[in-house]
Design a protein around this ligand. Structure first.
Ligand code: ZN
Length: 236
């Protein structure tokens, strides 16, 4: 595929307010002089996730003067109609369990394909060259739309369909959750780790109970993954 040879100057981070996308935001701010964020409101059970986005953005801007000038607009796109189709445990009042296909009921079919399509359309309008997403196949290998193979196919489709030369960066693709904490430490030291620990939100149930690794119910799959990763990282 032909790619533009001009250096990338502006990025759009798919930013949910969770640990992974908060780390991606810092990663993008450390590389690109202009970074915007986009979040999707698809009828999540809990508005706490969308609130966490603003808290994390503000905390990063406050703690990192070099990054403050790079952090541009935030966009929230309402895709409630997709949430209505998806009918998953995240959007409907169902228990989190494994389905017959071996996927957790939290899997929303094609969610990242939809996110990337909206993000690319927005990036086109905003003149941004790079899309950054926290997709990771290490911990969520059961999610087919988190695999790099899927992202590569999507990158080609978006560039063909929009006559663009976007790059879709997935810096966490091969990292474990412990390595994602380590990356945050590398990028922004204790200050960034503390912002992510304290302000980011990953719990499926929307709980903000305090724990060593941050806030959450402590028992849902997202909390278990986060707690285990944090414990592994601090043990190193
Ligand atoms: Zn939880």
């Amino acid at each position: 595929m032909n790619r533009a040879h001009t250096p990338a100057t502006a990025a759009l981070v798919l930013f949910s307010g969770g640990q992974d996308s908060a780390t991606c935001l810092a990663w993008a701010l450390s590389r690109y002089p202009c970074v915007e964020t986009v979040g999707f409101d698809y009828g999540q059970r809990h508005a706490v996730e969308l609130e966490a986005r603003q808290t994390v953005r503000q905390a990063i801007a406050l703690a990192f003067p070099d990054w403050r000038g790079r952090l541009g607009s935030d966009h929230v796109i309402d895709i409630a109609s997709f949430g209505a189709i998806a009918d998953s445990a995240l959007t409907a009042d169902r228990a989190i369990e494994m389905t017959a296909r071996g996927l957790p009921s939290t899997f929303v079919p094609g969610r990242n394909l939809v996110f990337l399509t909206y993000a690319a359309a927005l990036a086109d309008r905003r003149g941004l060259d790079v899309l950054v997403g926290g997709m990771c196949e290490t911990d969520y290998s059961g999610y087919p739309d988190c695999r790099r193979e899927t992202i590569d196919a999507m990158e080609i489709a978006l560039n063909l369909g929009m006559d663009q030369a976007f790059r879709v960066e997935t810096p966490l693709m091969r990292l474990t959750k412990a390595q994602t904490w380590a990356l945050a430490d590398d990028l922004g030291g204790k200050a960034l780790v503390e912002i992510i620990r304290e302000d980011s939100h990953t719990c499926y149930l929307g709980s903000r109970d305090p724990h060593e690794w941050g806030h959450g119910c402590g028992t849902c799959p997202a909390c278990e993954l986060r707690a285990r990763g944090y414990a592994e990282w601090v043990a190193v």
